[in-house]
Write a new protein. Structure first.
Length: 163
């Protein structure tokens, strides 16, 4: 289940970015919902919310690729070796798919294509993409799983049967 959701999100992310690059001129907003959502093609050389984008690209770029690959390895290890139930498998798949989508951009282009721009009454959220949505929803699903899942007691904490 996690691998399927990862592949679906990665494909949707890449398809949406191809559409954005072909149809949205760089840095020219197009109103989708007046006063709330625009579509604007931007290039993010940093990480979430453009953090690190002002630093030297020669070392930030390889660092971000390495960090993404290591994070993907950790998610894959979690999927493979730890019990996944509840909302965790889908959440892990969405995180992995988002990482894949943004890694493809970063490795191929040297930046990540972002194009969804939310704002409301003077408040502005940094521009993001479908991969970022998947990562955010995946993290929310993991938190939900941690808070609401029922844990089975381990063998050591179970009371011994009466004889």
């Amino acid at each position: 289940m996690p691998i399927v959701s990862a592949l679906l999100l990665g494909a949707a992310d890449q398809a949406s970015k191809v559409w954005a690059v072909r149809n949205l001129p760089l840095f020219e907003p197009r109103v989708l919902v007046r006063g709330f959502c625009d579509l604007v093609h931007v290039r993010n050389t940093g990480v979430a919310f453009s953090l690190l984008s002002t630093l030297d690209h020669r070392w930030v770029h390889p660092f971000l690729i390495l960090a993404t690959v290591l994070a993907m390895g950790a998610v894959l290890a979690y999927i493979a070796y730890l019990p996944c139930r509840g909302t965790a498998p889908v959440g892990l798949g969405l995180i992995l798919g988002g990482a894949i989508g943004n890694l493809i951009d970063r490795a191929r282009l040297g930046y990540v294509v972002d194009f969804i721009d939310l704002h409301w009454r003077g408040h502005h959220w940094p521009t993001f993409n479908v991969a970022d949505i998947g990562i955010s929803v995946g993290i929310a699903l993991l938190v939900i799983d941690m808070v609401f899942s029922t844990k089975e007691p381990s063998d050591a904490s179970r009371p011994a049967p009466d004889r």
